[in-house]
Design a protein. Sequence first.
Lengths: 218, 204, 243
Amino acid sequence: MIALLSRDLKLAVRAGGGFGLGLAFFLIVTVLIPFGVGPETELLSRIAPGVLWIGALLACLLSLDRIFALDWEDGSLDLLATAPLPLEAIVTIKAAAHWLTTGLPLVLAAPALGVLLSLPQGAYLWVLVSLALGTPALSVIGTFGAALTVGLKRGGLLLSLLVLPLYVPTLIFGAELARRGAAGLEVEAPLLMLAGISFGTLALLPFASAAVLRINLR
Amino acid sequence: MDLTLADVTVARGGVPVLEGVSFSLAPGRALVLRGPNGSGKTTLLRTVAGLQPELSGTIEGAGERVAYAAHADGLKAMLSVGENLRFWARVFGLSEIGAALAAFDLERLEDRLAGNLSAGQKRRLGLARLMVTGRPLWVLDEPTVSLDAASVALFADAVRAHLGQGGSALMATHIDLGIPEAGIFDVTSLRARPRAAVQDEAFL
Amino acid sequence: MASIWEYANPVKFIRTTDRLLPWISVAAVACLAVGLVWGFFFTPEDYRQGSTVKIIYLHVPAALMAINAWLMMLVASLVWIVRRHHVSALAARAAAPVGAVMTLIALATGAIWGQPMWGTWWAWDPRLTSFLILFLFYLGYMALWEAIENDDTAADLTAILCLVGSVFALLSRYAVLFWNQGLHQGASLSMDAEENVADVFWYPLLVCMAGFILLFVALVFLRTQTEIRARRMRALIAREGAY
């Protein structure tokens, strides 16, 4: 299992793609927002937590189709399916690798980009916490979507269409947590819900992803 | 443990392609599948490897004993030869890759990126992967594609060594490998009579 | 004893629904005609909302069917996964566009109603938002069916998507409620609906709901028949080609 994880990480770093591209996209979205809504500091600092969440979500979405597509094309997926690892473990590791190469860098970059959006002083911690807690769910849900569309040519747009509605609860609770935290309001409810979604999807969704992958491989 | 197929029917896209396939493969033996293109050899091999379910019949002695190699070698262009091989070894719970490198004459290429190999070298690496799985039953689909005569000889040696250690091999290939332990199994006569896909039968 | 699963046989399904379809269609048209005419012309105007309230005769039944169509797809998907009856997979496929159109009608009539009432075509009200999200789920579901060539693979994948989607749709519903408390009136129709809606509005509404349900059943039967015939045609062509 560790072998698969370290191989995927190594590939992500060497091929450049996923890793850098997601971060660059996150940066671009954050830079474009002020051009779109105007430079007023007050407005920007009010929408900053939401913008950071949307940017992270879209950057995450951008790299989803790479989760299985490359392994599918070169036959690795077939060979992995005959390996002693259960498919459930394989999809979990794939999701973990995706989070480490996409989600985690986004979480770490968010405070820096928060500066560009005049994120209020007290909000940094909560943006960081909500993204750290929420992005694993984005990776796990995205892995399910990637497994659904693995054999398809031009599956990218379909993947977005399938995954975006599934992202809604995570986005709502994540952004709400960041917003409430920033405003100094009570955060317990969204915090618990976000944690619930992350751990719930992590525990259950790999079974659905593995079932879907098995169907697509046959 | 023998690989035993009893009255197996396999399907491609729901359409039966081979039916009534029965044979048994003992340790130390090899079996070469013969038949024209499109006769269902690949489908049969994928089924034995457990990648798709058989339509009917029973397959025993496959499952966790199978090391499968197909047209696609499952190599990562951005990893070196050694890294590719070591990865598969670790997936199968082993770590030693020296013997596999030696058997397929890949030692000098160990640090070369797999993306920079020639087609034949890639194929050799794909086959060397079999040796690091530690699994007794090799299921091979056209293993000699893009290999030159010297490489084919290396491959035949590897198969013979594998059989000598009590392993077995089931393969689809058209060339004679010169392996005395190999039987021939011709699937031509077992081709399923043409009919609609199974999932469509309810609609007829 | 005849089991309900007999109707899972495509031929039997077509034969039975062929007999039922004219009756259901006539009943649906009758109910809709009676309900809508009754509702639009023979009910008093609401003292607060004026004549705009009459759009409920389209809005409420459409919203009802938007949700129930998804529930029906969920049940059909479960039947497909457990018992692998092709008709149920095709029925789920057939229901999706109908459900999507119902969702669209509910959203459009909601907007038309909301304009005079709330002074805006659209508000990010929890209920409206939930329906918008539901519409996205329908779109994704239909797109996945279209994208996959092998019928059984498509049926398997969409069934799992429907299951997973249902869980997330439910989650979204709670998330959206949490996110914005909203302008929308609460569920005004329940068993003790008299408390909320006066009888004069309630009876024509019931007739309209019956009409929409019958319309949905008729459309799903018709579309399932079409799907079955299309499959049968493909199977026949495949067999001819094979010989």
